[in-house]
Design a protein around this ligand. Structure first.
Ligand SMILES: Cc1ncc(COP(=O)(O)O)c(C=O)c1O
Length: 498
């Protein structure tokens, strides 16, 4: 295992040594009036430049990533994102901007944001959008707060409940609760879809909204979506559409045409920013005309006379700002570049390929792993390892074993309605060779359970960390180095077997 950089420290080692100054040294006392200087220097690691470079390069190789191999992490859309979009986001004209610059100096980025909003509105079939939220869950909160503001101004202040199907993404329930709503969960039908009778029974003059994820977390499209939105509106409530799975429908169907009032989109899933790893994301929210007044301020507008772009802060009904400055602009630039480079036909093709790949794996794997809702899926599907668990290998064991083959595991134990769930999302960017390799791995693991079960139950055996104590890691994480914990300095970790 790679030691910490502190453990590599040796007194006197330096990354860089500056020559002696050719002018008399001047103290900083004049500059630091009123500043109390620390009595001792900070305990920074003392290491040579080469050690630093090797250390961080090795660290970067300890993790699995999309750039390294297959990553079928259901619900997360870990697809390959073209590097050209990173290049575009790094162009000096974008990267050197400062959010306090005056509008006349930042016309380019304002135009980009204005056009991106239009593109997202067109893809979702909605009326207008905010680009501010920094993540999907953040967009959900902004969307639900807009619904709340709408009800408050339209005689619905007593509507205090949000209905969430049990196949919705977990953030939907959390969002509704954070916005102060009671959450009512409805069970799915035997087909894994919203049960219309259960929905009707729950809708009332107390309902503020239905929050649904479509395709849902089983990877299934809500076939009764038009009837669902009709019923919800009939009861005076609004429809919230979790559009984080837009990569399954873009170019084919639009939430706006399904009668949805609010949609959030995860740019970091569908539109070319790597998802996962905690990096910056963006969760724009698109709304129907009735909710436009409540969009977070400011919005980017274009003056029809001058053609100049500007921020519109004069929005008296707005729920207010939800993010510092204008959101995660780098993610917006990547999304814009992705949309332009793909074009309409390209985005549609991406959807088709995502759905094709998921169905290919579903059909090939169902011979070995049970697929509880076994019918044409969208971009992902859920298998159950219940049969394997009876033979001694749980979904967790199987997921751990997959890592030994240089692939990431599917999402496990989610959605909760499938026991021993393995949620597989291959994405559109994988070719048939990779999909077949995954099938072979999954078949082999199933076989191993009969022949060499310890390979599965003790996996992984080839990763830098094997099975950490997950509860301790979450409850009692060690997040900083302390001198008293120091191990003897490692001479050179590169000679140690890894
Ligand atoms: C369907 C769905 N909804 C909501 C979210 C939440 O998005 P975020 O992780 O950006 O908050 C995700 C995340 O992947 C998702 O897949």
């Amino acid at each position: 295992m790679e030691p910490l950089i502190f453990e590599k420290s040796s007194p006197g080692h330096r990354g860089m040594q500056l020559p002696a100054p050719g002018v008399p040294e001047a103290g900083m006392d004049d500059l630091l009036i009123g500043v109390e200087l620390r009595p001792t220097p900070p305990r920074l690691p003392e290491v040579a430049e080469s050690q630093v470079v090797r250390h961080y390069t090795r660290l970067s190789q300890l993790n699995h990533s999309v750039d390294l191999g297959f990553y079928p992490l259901g619900s997360c859309t870990m697809k390959y994102n073209p590097k050209v979009n990173d290049e575009v986001a790094g162009l000096t004209g974008f990267a050197d901007l400062h959010p306090y610059q005056v509008e006349s100096e930042i016309q380019g980025i304002l135009e980009l944001m204005w056009e991106l909003e239009r593109a997202l509105v067109s893809i979702t079939g909605m009326h207008s959008a905010t680009l501010q939220p920094a993540a999907g869950a953040h967009g959900e909160l902004a969307g639900i707060l807009m619904i709340k503001a709408f009800h408050a101004e339209h005689g619905g202040a007593l509507r205090d409940t949000v209905i969430v199907p049990d196949s919705a993404h977990g953030t939907n329930l959390a969002t509704a609760a954070m916005a102060g709503y009671k959450v009512v969960e409805i069970a799915s039908s035997a087909r894994g879809l919203i049960d219309l009778e259960a929905l009707k029974a729950r809708l009332s003059d107390k309902t503020a909204a239905l929050m649904l994820t479509n395709p849902n977390t089983l990877g299934l499209f809500e076939e009764d979506i038009l009837e669902i939105s009709r019923l919800v509106h009939e009861s005076g409530a609004l429809c919230y559409y979790d559009g984080a799975n837009l990569n399954a429908i873009m170019g084919k169907a639009r939430p706006g045409d399904m009668g949805m009032d609010v949609v959030h989109i995860n740019l970091h899933k569908t539109f070319s920013t790597p998802h996962g790893g905690g990096g910056p994301g963006a969760g724009p929210v698109a709304v129907c005309p009735a909710l436009e007044p409540y969009l977070p301020a400011p919005l980017v507008r274009r003056d029809p006379q001058t053609g100049m772009f500007y921020f519109d802060h004069e929005r008296s009904q707005s729920i207010g700002r939800v993010k510092g400055f204008y959101g995660n602009v780098g993610v917006l630039i990547r999304a814009y570049a992705y949309i332009l480079s793909m074009g309409g036909p390209g985005l549609t093709r991406a959807t088709e390929d995502a759905v094709l790949n998921a169905n290919y794996l579903r059909v090939r794997l169902r011979e070995v792993y049970q697929v509880p809702y076994d019918r044409t899926c969208m971009h992902e599907f859920v298998m159950s390892a219940s049969g394997q668990a009876k033979r001694g290998g749980t979904a967790r064991d199987i997921a751990k074993r997959i890592l030994d083959f240089g692939m990431h595991a599917p999402t496990i134990y989610f959605p909760l309605i499938v026991p021993e769930a393995l949620m597989v999302e291959p994405t559109e960017t994988e070719d048939i060779g990779t999909l077949d390799a995954f099938v072979e791995v999954m078949q082999r693991i199933d076989k191993e359970l009969d022949e060499t079960p310890e390979l599965v139950t003790h996996a992984p055996c080839s990763t830098p960390v094997r099975r950490p104590d997950e509860v301790r890691a979450a409850r009692d994480p060690v997040l900083r180095w302390r001198a008293q914990d120091a191990r003897p300095p490692a001479q050179s970790s590169s000679v140690a077997p890894r």
